[in-house]
Design a protein around this ligand. Structure first.
Ligand code: PGA
Length: 258
């Protein structure tokens, strides 16, 4: 992935049987017909489809990622997948610390950091998710919570070429609700400044910061033009090629702002 390009990432979550690969084909066709938007395009199907997705996407610029990984490279961890296995099947990135995993599997910042480090060990880009709940925002604690998650989850020596931050307010995921552009600008500016302070490597301030949470074709233009928003992590709207392509098309003609 080119670290200086926006990234539009589609997280399928626990959706998609083999028939859903037709959407990948459709996405590939759209991207082939209309010159690729000035962005990296990445899809994160369920692990069961990674091998077939790799085959379906051969010859295309669409990148493949996985939704989670274990911290170990191998061993007695029934049902888990290592970052090395994901790299082996063709993934070039893995999402870690998604709020659904933090909530459903009690994942802590320390575990998320260890997973991001495991991703790096295997040569994968780590997409590190952070974001506050509705209650935390109501209490005026959004910046504090996100700052704490960032500090606790950021892997050592994170660089723009191997680490991406995804800011996803929990209350915006799958709800149709989104923060105002002003709130997004405030949070992304805050994350950018914190990266500059936290990071050991001089280039860490330049990590891409994605916005995620109810990104749709209708609101992507507004959300993705906010300063310090370097792309989107898209859930529901990534399941249909037409919608996902419409979101990625925001970057056609290199309209990126920073
Ligand atoms: P959503 O999910 O776009 O369906 O809100 C975003 C995400 O969880 O990454």
């Amino acid at each position: 992935m080119a670290a200086n390009r926006p990234l539009v990432a589609g997280n399928w979550k626990m959706n998609g049987l083999a028939a859903a690969l037709a959407e990948l084909k459709a996405l590939q066709e759209r991207l082939a017909e209309h010159p690729a938007p000035e962005a990296d395009i990445m899809v994160f199907p369920p692990a069961t489809l990674l091998a077939q997705a790799r085959y379906a996407l051969r010859g295309s610029d669409i990148l493949l990622g996985a939704q989670d990984c274990h911290i170990a490279a191998s061993g007695a961890h029934t049902g888990d997948l290592s970052a090395e296995m994901l790299a082996d099947v063709g993934a070039s990135a893995v999402i870690v610390g998604h709020s659904e995993r933090r909530a459903d599997h009690a994942e802590t910042d320390a575990l998320v950091k260890a997973k991001a480090s495991a991703a790096h060990r295997a040569g994968l880009t780590a997409i590190v998710c952070i974001g506050e709940t509705a209650e935390e925002r109501r209490d005026g604690a959004a910046l504090e919570v996100v700052g704490r998650q960032l500090k606790g989850s950021l892997p050592d020596r994170a660089r723009a070429s191997d680490t991406v931050i995804a800011y996803e307010p929990v209350w915006a995921i799958g709800t149709g609700l989104t923060p105002t552009p002003e709130d997004v600008a405030e949070m992304h500016g805050f994350i950018r400044r914190e990266l500059g302070l936290l990071a050991e490597s001089a280039e860490a301030w330049a990590l891409r910061i994605l916005y995620g949470g109810s990104v749709k074709p209708g609101n992507a233009g507004e959300l993705l033009s906010v300063p310090n928003v370097d792309g989107a992590l898209v859930g529901g709207a990534s399941l249909k090629a037409a919608d996902f392509y419409a979101i990625a098309s925001i970057y056609a003609g290199n309209t990126r702002r920073r």
